[in-house]
Design a protein around this ligand. Structure first.
Ligand SMILES: [Zn+2]
Length: 508
């Protein structure tokens, strides 16, 4: 066959794959900053696709080709191209153009290439007209995109009920929605080798599992940040159910925790503190010594043991946090910490119920102790309520003014999520850390995760976040399952089961 005939054959093949020319607008999460598509122009992703990459990082071409093959089942023809498109500001900016000549990506970094390819994947669908997938198609698109803040994370709780597969899927999904950090909080699931009694017997977060998750996360562009609670929440379990990941099975460890419920670590117990430091370092090492470690420190109670209550116990807490700061600073690592013990709900400066949007569990006068903390601790300021137009995020502003870098941390309220995303960008806070806590099923999960993706990226939602059957989210969640090779019923979809055949339960 000569070249001319080949071209004709390729053109005929393209026509067949591209039958039908009225594409719906893709439901992209998060929405790009600038997006154009041509509903009546079809492009095909297969082994004829020319994939042009303009990126100073040579890894961009290899990464894009490898994932193109993984997701679209064909090896593209990769071409290194010269830049020249008008990229938006920032290291993570990208442009993506898909037309009849192929797929063109320009980026300043591997991160930008990744984001372009995630957008490409969200636009694409299996070609119609056959009973087995033979290629992918999408409308012609032009995308210019960049995030509004640098630090875009999700905080995920790893509870004993969750398998490593579920957590891997969360990490993959976070990357696909263009987050670049995932904080993984161990709820008694980290398997310490130095202190094997620490945590539930059937704890899935082994070092091998963490190594695997880190490999996945590194490839997809997400930094994993470990979390172990260093003050309250020492039970590694939900307060209302009164389980304790250590004391239920190891009564001999009682002196390490405060007598009342074992909720706090006993800070006056030096040997206990040495063990806590040891486990934290072990965990940090298992995660490949990332640049951040989250020490929790929310919702702590005043001490109930006679030794911790001696003198000013608040100063003991300050010394404890400074000690952790120094431990990790020596490892080149910064602490993340929840904000609430350093804000009093009675403090009039924050305008409780009157123009201030914030949460707090501290005492009046706690500022004195806050001022003793090193300013390179990143304050994770959670606010879980509604956004109210015209009201201010007073405590976020407060920590920022005191010289701390601040992450805005909403939970499940969509308006609060979007409001904090906007404010983080507008006020120059470090970024955004969404949370899901125990809301891990169905639309609870899809709406908060999708809303957080829009908020972190800094664009307004283009999907209905309250939709009871969010097919757009389900499609992307399913793709993560394909990438992992999931092959069983329970790991599919947004919940393990569709009905409850157990005893009457109403967990919240
Ligand atoms: Zn104590």
């Amino acid at each position: 066959m000569n070249g001319k005939i080949l071209l004709v054959v390729a053109f005929v093949a393209l026509q067949q794959v591209c039958m039908g020319m009225n594409f719906a607008e893709p439901k992209l999460i998060p929405a790009p900053r600038e997006f154009k598509f041509a509903a009546d122009r079809c492009a095909v992703l297969d082994s004829n696709t020319v994939l042009s990459i303009a990126c100073p990082d040579a890894r961009g071409g290899e990464w894009a080709a490898r994932h193109f093959r993984e997701w679209f089942g064909a090896k593209p023809r990769v071409k290194a191209a010269a830049g020249g498109a008008a990229l938006l500001d920032g290291d993570e900016a990208y442009t993506l153009v898909v037309d009849s000549t192929g797929v063109k990506i320009e980026a300043r970094s591997l991160a930008g290439v990744r984001y372009a390819l995630y957008t490409l994947r969200q636009c694409a669908m299996a070609a119609r007209g056959t009973v087995a997938t033979r290629a992918y198609v999408l409308p012609h698109v032009e995308v210019r995109d960049a995030p509004s803040v640098k630090w875009r994370g999700m905080h995920f709780c790893w509870m004993p009920e969750l398998s490593a597969a579920f957590v891997e899927r969360e990490i993959r999904m976070a990357a696909y929605l263009k987050f670049n950090y995932v904080v993984l909080e161990s709820w008694g699931v980290f398997r310490s080798e130095r202190h094997p009694w620490f945590g539930w017997p059937e704890r899935p977060m082994t070092k091998d599992v963490v190594r695997h998750l880190k490999t996945v996360a590194d490839d997809l562009g997400v930094t994993l940040v470990p979390q172990l609670n260093a003050l309250g929440h020492a039970s590694s379990a939900r307060g209302r159910y009164q389980k304790h990941a250590v004391l239920d099975l190891h009564p001999e460890r009682q002196p390490i925790f405060e007598p009342m419920g074992g909720w706090n670590w006993c800070l006056s117990n030096e040997e206990g503190m040495a063990i806590l430091h040891d486990i934290m370092v072990e965990m940090h090492e298992a995660f490949g010594s990332p640049p951040y470690f989250h020490i929790g420190c929310d919702e702590a109670y005043p001490p109930s043991c006679p030794e911790c209550r001696e003198g000013d116990w608040r100063d003991r807490i300050v010394r404890h946090i400074v000690g952790l700061h120094d431990l990790f600073a020596a490892r080149g690592t910064r602490l993340l910490m929840w904000h609430d013990m350093f804000v009093s709900p009675k403090d009039k400066r924050f305008g409780p119920g009157d123009g201030g949007l914030y949460g707090g569990h501290g005492e009046l006068g706690c500022e004195k102790y806050l001022l003793k903390l090193p300013r390179d601790i990143v304050v994770c300021d959670w606010y879980y309520g509604h956004h109210v137009d015209g009201w201010r995020y007073t405590t976020h502003e407060y920590f920022h003014k005191l010289g701390f870098e601040v992450l805005a941390c909403p939970w499940k309220d969509t308006s609060g999520i979007l409001g904090q995303g906007r404010e983080a960008a507008r006020q120059g806070w470090l970024g955004f850390l969404g949370t899901s806590w125990h809301r891990l099923t169905g639309t609870n999960y899809s709406s908060l995760l999708a809303a957080s993706a829009f908020a972190a990226w800094g664009t307004e939602p283009t999907v209905d976040l309250a939709e009871p059957e969010p097919a757009w989210f389900g499609t992307y969640w399913r793709q993560m399952g394909w990438d992992m090779g999931i092959r069983n019923y329970r790991d599919c979809g947004l919940s393990e089961t569709q009905i409850n055949r157990g005893t009457c339960t109403n967990l919240d």
